[in-house]
Design a protein around this ligand. Structure first.
Ligand code: NAD
Ligand code: TYD
Length: 354
């Protein structure tokens, strides 16, 4: 079977792992990676597959509807796996409109391009929208997010992702576009831009810089190794039922502070530092505005219906992750050159230590 799949955001963190998995596992598929290459997009994430005969790259901005429509006309994709997005909550607090443009307008442009290309023949087509558990809001009294939990987004980022999820369902209902959606918990692993907690803290530990813990570090996240998310995306893409939603998560909850202590301890060992050395870098700073307290996914549906389960225990995953960042200093140096220092200074100079 030949499939022509358009994967968006394939130069980003999760997208690069998805592109790699599909290019290697399905040599009969043609994999087209669309990415604008924002600060978060980095083709160095996928140099190992860039010359594969079934891999193609297109530098396109999702906000450019004409470019999207031309791309669909030329290549006649039969499936889309949509990951491209503005993805960092702190940036969404600084610049919400950017998130509306890429996450909402960009998704609607992509839906329109698919609708036009597929009109009259929806057979064998699939629009897969990759989303986040943050659309469900914040858990305060225990419990989990289920597929039918009401949406209650609390940040501009999650509001923009929630809006894009609604548009995907609306296009399914109104225009009969075959869709599937998944909502995943926090990912960790190689190639994540060091604006997110884990790579930022590993990089700061290495450079003996303060570790800026928001508030009291009591917020809880449910962490999943990125390759396990990519494997889940493969399962949902191939086996998910039309119109359905699947929650993806690792049943792996950590308070930020406990997680940071594991990172410090593991890094001390790997860097040959005395135990407890990196923990001294922990600095409590002004909390994130509207900081969601807890996210936790119930992943039973995808486990029972599609047979997916995480392959890595957290201890193994975090050790591999720390190894990767410490072994790939050139990658880190490249992504932290240029605008990164400006970003870091703007984002963190306003946060008072307490
Ligand atoms: P990322 O920020 O690392 O990568 C996003 C990619 O999208 C980059 O390559 C960027 O260049 C590209 N992009 C941004 N704007 C674009 C535009 N206008 N046109 C074309 N390309 C554009 O993000 P990520 O962490 O890999 O997340 C990927 C997807 O998974 C997102 O939709 C995100 O909401 C979702 N998600 C992420 C997590 C997580 O923990 N990182 C968890 C659940 C869901
Ligand atoms: P992040 O990686 O930004 O993911 P998300 O906000 O999407 O969950 O943050 C993970 C948690 O870590 C979140 O509770 C905010 C916190 N955090 C810090 O305490 N300090 C930091 O410098 C960052 C980036 C995050």
């Amino acid at each position: 079977m030949t499939k022509k799949i358009l994967i968006t955001g394939g130069a980003g963190f999760i997208g690069s792992h998805v592109v790699r998995l599909f290019v290697n596992k399905y040599p009969s598929y043609q994999i087209h990676n669309l990415d604008k290459l924002t600060y978060a997009g980095n083709l160095k994430n996928i140099t190992d597959i860039e010359n594969a005969p079934n891999y193609h790259f297109h530098k396109v901005d999702l906000v450019d509807a004409t470019a999207l429509s031309n791309l669909f006309n030329t290549h006649q994709f039969d499936s889309v796996i949509h990951l491209a997005a503005e993805s960092h909550v702190d940036r969404s607090i600084t610049n919400p409109l950017e998130f509306v443009m890429t996450n909402v307008v960009g998704t609607v442009n992509l839906l329109n391009a698919a609708k036009e290309c597929w009109k009259g023949n929806m057979e064998g087509k699939r629009f897969y929208h990759v989303s986040t558990d943050e659309v469900y809001g914040s858990l305060h009294d225990g419990g989990f997010f289920y597929e039918d939990t009401s949406y209650d987004p609390q940040s501009p980022y999650s509001a923009s992702k929630a809006s894009s999820d609604h548009f995907v369902r609306a296009y399914h209902n109104t225009y009969k576009i075959p869709v599937v959606i998944s909502n995943c918990s926090n990912n960790y692993g190689p190639n994540q831009f060091p604006e997110k907690l884990i790579p930022l803290f590993i990089n700061n530990i290495r450079n003996n810089k303060p570790l800026p813990v928001y508030g009291k570090g009591e917020n809880v996240r449910d962490w999943l190794y990125v390759v396990d998310h990519a494997r889940a995306i493969d399962d949902v893409f191939h086996k998910g039922k039309d119109g359905e939603t699947y929650n993806i998560g690792g049943f792996n909850e950590w308070t930020n502070l406990d997680l940071i202590k594991v990172i410090c301890k593991t890094a001390d060992k790997k860097l040959g530092r005395p135990e407890g050395e990196s923990e001294k870098l922990i600095t409590y700073v002004t909390d994130r505005a509207g900081h969601d307290l807890r996210y936790a996914i119930d992943a039973n549906k995808i486990m029972k219906e599609l047979g997916w389960e995480p392959s890595l225990q957290f201890e193994e995953g975090i050790a591999k992750t720390i190894d990767w960042y410490l072994d790939n200093q050139q990658w880190m140096d490249e992504v932290t050159s240029g605008d990164y220092t400006k970003y870091y200074d703007t984002m963190y100079s306003e946060r008072q230590a307490h």
